[in-house]
Design a protein around this ligand. Structure first.
Ligand code: G6P
Length: 367
């Protein structure tokens, strides 16, 4: 039964806990294609395109933003990205030799579809990263990259987000391989890291809940929450804030850690929790120094890091969530889990309608 919650209280909870399984499925699918087909089995020639445009809405847009870091870093492919409602009207000078990717769980979002048609008219090759394989966006595309997440019922997207990340990571690595911007050894190492995602996800989901519940009880008493991150953790900070406001109705903002000084630091006091997303990557020390600026102003810090990050320094935090240390390329998928669970459990304490939050729709088919 597709609409069965199983042992879970909400579809959102079920969909969070399904992630190791669906991620294993989608990664298996793309790793197989990558190993057997230089062209990733698609009509988009990633080796030749001069640039890539990405457009989407909501959570799918934030997945795209993480994808941009990967396409640029690994495949040296410049990415133009915007929310679809801006993208469609910006009159962006796009090359007809380029390709455009549209990311959409439902495949029916009006602004994303309009952006797609705009790019199609300009002559770009169109790729669709969708969950609904029969959707309008999938039908309009030259190449469909299914995220294979299975039906997502909870209005707040969870497993579709991490499956979108899995597909974008695989496409970026495939593009890097096709463009010769990484060595064969580097490709092998990246693919090996991808394959470790389901196990790391399982480990997190099996251990983290008691700690998340304690923290969520505290968050549920707060009017505002700030999320900070650098690199791919910056879009993740925005996703954390989006998830929290969507289902708990608590005001939240996601900021690039380096922008702290340019505004949000004025909000810091002993009442506002600051959730810092900082895997032990090449940005870790910089993010920690931003965190110390928060601590120096009496801010309450919840640090989400990994074992290496927790060991690296004595950190002045209110609480540290420690995840397994994983390769940088899969960190956004692993770090999504505490962020989703914090939003979910905070919403439970608030008593909101988790699966059907007020005023929101699963799919927005009007402009
Ligand atoms: C709505 C949903 C979000 C989703 C966004 C884009 O706002 O509530 O969860 O991220 O639409 O939807 P799509 O189906 O295009 O991914």
């Amino acid at each position: 039964d597709l609409a069965n919650k199983g042992n879970h209280r909400h579809f959102m909870e079920k969909e969070i806990y399904e992630q190791p399984e669906v991620i294993a499925h989608v990664l298996g699918h793309y790793i197989n294609i990558m190993e057997n087909r230089a062209d990733m089995g698609s009509s988009i020639d990633f080796a030749r395109i001069p640039s890539l445009a990405i457009s989407a809405c909501g959570t799918a847009y934030l997945a795209g933003l993480i994808g941009k870091y990967w396409f640029e870093r690994y495949a040296r492919l410049p990415v133009e990205i915007d929310v679809a409602s801006e993208f469609r009207y910006r009159e962006i000078p796009l090359s007809p030799q380029s390709a455009a990717l549209f990311i959409s769980q439902s495949g029916e979002t009006a602004d994303a579809l309009a952006s797609l048609k705009y790019c199609k008219e300009l002559g770009l090759k169109i790729g669709a990263v969708v969950n609904a394989a029969e959707s309008t966006i999938a039908r309009e595309a030259d190449a469909v990259f299914p995220i294979l997440a299975g039906p997502e019922i909870g209005v707040a997207s969870t497993k579709a987000f991490t499956c979108q990340l899995a597909v974008l990571a695989a496409l970026a690595i495939g593009a890097a391989k096709a463009r010769g911007t990484v060595t064969e050894d580097e490709v092998q190492a990246l693919v090996k890291s991808l394959a470790e995602t389901p196990r790391a996800m399982r480990q997190v989901l099996n251990t983290i809940q008691p700690e998340i519940e304690l923290l969520s009880r505290e968050l549920s008493k707060c009017p505002d929450v700030l999320y900070l991150g650098r690199g791919t953790s910056f879009p993740l900070a925005m996703e954390g804030a989006l998830k929290l406001k969507e289902i708990s109705y608590i005001h939240a903002e996601g900021y690039a850690a380096g922008e702290l000084k340019h505004g949000p630091i004025a909000l810091i006091d002993e009442n506002m929790p600051v959730i810092v997303i900082a895997p032990h990557d090449r940005f870790f020390d910089k993010t920690v120094s931003n965190m110390q600026e928060v601590a120096a102003r009496g801010g309450r810090i919840i640090l989400i890091t990994d074992e290496r990050g927790a060991a690296a320094s004595k950190l002045d935090t209110t609480h540290t969530i420690v995840l397994p240390a994983v390769d940088e390329v899969i960190a956004p998928m692993i770090f999504s889990l505490p962020i989703q669970l914090l939003a979910y459990h905070t919403a439970l304490f608030m008593g909101t309608d988790v699966d059907q939050p007020r005023n929101l729709a699963k799919s927005v088919t009007v402009e």
